[in-house]
Design a protein around this ligand. Structure first.
Ligand SMILES: C[S@@+](CC[C@H](N)C(=O)[O-])C[C@H]1O[C@@H](n2cnc3c(N)ncnc32)[C@H](O)[C@@H]1O
Length: 297
């Protein structure tokens, strides 16, 4: 498979990752449990569960690409896989959201998810919406601004599909969010060694910053003397993956009051960080709980 503009910033089709997926979902499920346990005491709030990248609930056919080989899973992991939707719905009878929204751009994936869930969770109010997560986040934000609604939002694409302009819309809402940032697996690959950024538009929409500003975080410019006079050289900073996570978390701090400073780091089998899973909320206690869960996972 050749890399092109589309597949470089998006995700591999149907390729759902290795043991790090399990860590991500375990961390998230623990948080959902705590969230619902606390919210039970505040019946004034109507709760929404919003999954912007719900998927089909099963792992699909793997497509081997150079970039995603490191995400592969074993047959055993595949058999025992349970996606976020099933885990959240199946927590326990008394721990329930008032509404569940499952979004996916692929209608067929949602159909599969629906057929997997519909008989098992008949007593829950579940809405399946096919469409781009960005558009649906905007609709969620509007709903949160006008009603007594609190939302727990999961945004876990494998690529850079979320525009910063969508995240911004959640400012001043009663929202707790977990966002999966494809720090090592995608974003870092867009920062080439020499700073010739081919995907500057994508980087701008992802971070919500002008490209020169983004560049200043990841490159150093130096003037060096050569036989032919002074020359400017550009070098990429060390530990760029951690820096990507930090920059994104700093951006999140402009939207939510509390953001986990030490996100869950998900690494591939070689120990290289591929994703960072970051939590944000306007509630200090929520941040404390997320932090404890991350540390214990
Ligand atoms: C990583 S999977 C989701 C995993 C799922 N949350 C789970 O726990 O099992 C990604 C899904 O996102 C969907 N997707 C990709 N881009 C999207 C977009 N812009 N808007 C909504 N869904 C999108 C894909 O169709 C795919 O089904």
């Amino acid at each position: 498979m050749t890399w092109n503009k589309t597949n470089m910033v998006n995700e591999p089709q149907g390729d759902w990752g290795g043991p790090w997926t399990e860590r991500k979902l375990e961390t998230f499920s623990k948080y959902v449990w705590s969230y619902l346990t606390i919210m039970k005491k505040f019946p004034y709030w109507k709760t929404i569960y919003f999954d912007g990248f719900a998927g089909s609930g099963t792992r699909e056919k793997k497509i081997k690409t150079e970039l995603y080989q490191q995400l592969f899973i074993t047959e055993e992991e595949e058999k025992t896989y349970k996606g976020a939707a099933e885990r959240v719905l199946g927590l326990s009878e008394d721990l329930s959201f008032n509404y569940y929204y499952f979004i996916d751009k692929k209608e067929e994936s949602l159909k599969k998810l629906e057929s997997k869930l519909k008989d098992k969770f008949k007593n829950k109010t579940i809405v399946y919406r096919a469409g781009d997560a960005n558009k649906q986040i905007a609709e969620l934000a509007t709903a949160l601004n006008s009603k007594e609604l609190a939302a727990l939002v999961l945004l876990d694409p494998f690529g850079m599909q979320i525009d910063w302009s969508s995240i911004e819309k959640l400012k001043n809402t009663r929202s707790d969010v977990w966002i999966l940032i494809p720090t090592g697996v995608v974003v870092n690959r867009l920062f080439d060694k020499k700073g010739k950024l081919k995907f500057s538009k994508k980087l701008e929409s992802f971070f919500g910053l002008p490209i020169e500003d983004i560049k200043s975080h990841f490159y150093r410019e130096q003037k060096v003397k050569t036989l032919f006079g002074e020359k400017e050289i550009i070098t990429k900073i060390s530990q760029p993956i951690e820096k990507i996570a930090k920059l994104y978390a700093d951006r999140m701090k402009t939207i939510w009051k509390y953001v986990t400073d030490e996100p869950l780091v998900l690494s591939n089998r070689n120990g290289v960080p591929i994703f960072h899973f970051v939590f944000a909320s306007n509630n200090k206690n929520a941040q404390k709980i997320a932090k404890q869960i991350i540390q214990s996972t």
